[in-house]
Design a protein around this ligand. Structure first.
Ligand SMILES: [Zn+2]
Length: 294
């Protein structure tokens, strides 16, 4: 089954009207695993329970899972404060260290952030969030109040899943992932792809290491920009390459169709995404990652 067939099969349990509406959206070439607030309102006119809708969309999110190592398909569906809904799934990479894996909760947050959302209020997940994801979500605005919806469970808050949490404020940071100030990245290069990667660095979140970083991946049909998302516990951070691969995959584009890739970082930064990103990209396609320091 190809990606689209899997996505269509995952909505078969919806009532017919909703199924037809979702199917039209999913089959549109511009669909990128998100539903606007207006589309969500249409879906809710049939079934006005938002929590039920988020939970019912989890199989669609799971259909995006790339899990050749675990065969464990994780799907996450997030409701943004704007009323829009976003999907995300886990992604694993053959022949790479497991710490390159992307978790569904990271993917859905990255997807919403790419759509310029600043806050999420609810996330439905197919399985209980792991410790890594609880820590990753704790970086968000009003993280403690974020509602987590799990199969066969009453909603719980992130605060209840992560008692005595360690968060941005513990390191003296008053910013949050998805809602931080823009970085000051000089953008004088004439190359269009470098400009796009610089925009990714501009919007990236690195309040701890002060090492903004952005990437642009060009395929035959589009350009995907990735932003670095740092975490106060360091290890759950999401690299700009991971962030761009999420965007590419959720747009149903192919990693094998990447034609150019460039990473933009600051010359003075103490942290670099280049060595691990170069290695991961070299494993996935034949295009070498260029490194532009500004
Ligand atoms: Zn996780």
């Amino acid at each position: 089954m190809n990606n689209l067939s899997q996505q269509l099969a995952s909505i078969e349990n919806f009532p017919l009207h909703q199924q037809r509406f979702l199917s039209q959206l999913i089959q549109h070439s511009s669909f990128n695993a998100s539903f606007s607030a207006a589309q969500v309102a249409t879906l809710l006119s049939e079934q006005p329970n938002i929590e039920q809708l988020l939970t019912d969309l989890v199989p669609l999110a799971q259909s995006y899972s790339v899990s050749p190592i675990s065969n464990f398909k994780v799907g996450a569906v997030a409701l943004a404060k704007s009323g829009a809904i976003y999907l995300g799934a886990n992604m694993e990479f053959f022949d790479q260290a497991l710490n390159q894996s992307i978790h569904a909760e990271q993917a859905v947050i990255s997807n919403a952030w790419h759509h310029d959302e600043t806050q999420l209020t609810k996330i439905a997940v197919s399985a209980s969030p792991c410790g890594h994801c609880r820590q990753f979500m704790n970086e968000l605005v009003d993280a403690g109040a974020l509602e987590i919806l799990l199969p066969q469970q009453s909603p719980v808050t992130l605060a209840s899943l992560l008692p005595l949490s360690f968060g941005p404020k513990d390191l003296g940071v008053n910013q949050n992932l998805m809602a931080s100030d823009k970085n000051n990245i000089a953008n004088t290069n004439a190359d269009e792809l470098i400009i796009q990667a610089s925009n990714g660095a501009q919007l990236s979140y690195s309040p701890y290491s002060k090492s903004p970083s952005g990437i642009a991946l060009a395929t035959k049909s589009a350009v995907y920009v990735g932003r670095y998302a740092e975490n106060c516990a360091y290890n759950p951070s999401l690299s700009p390459l991971q962030s761009a691969l999420i965007a590419l995959h959720l747009a149903n584009d192919k990693i094998s169709d990447i034609t150019q890739a460039v990473l933009v970082e600051l010359k003075s930064a103490p942290v670099s995404q280049f060595p691990t990103s170069y290695s991961l990209l070299a494993q996935l396609c034949e295009v070498p990652l260029k490194h532009q320091r500004v």
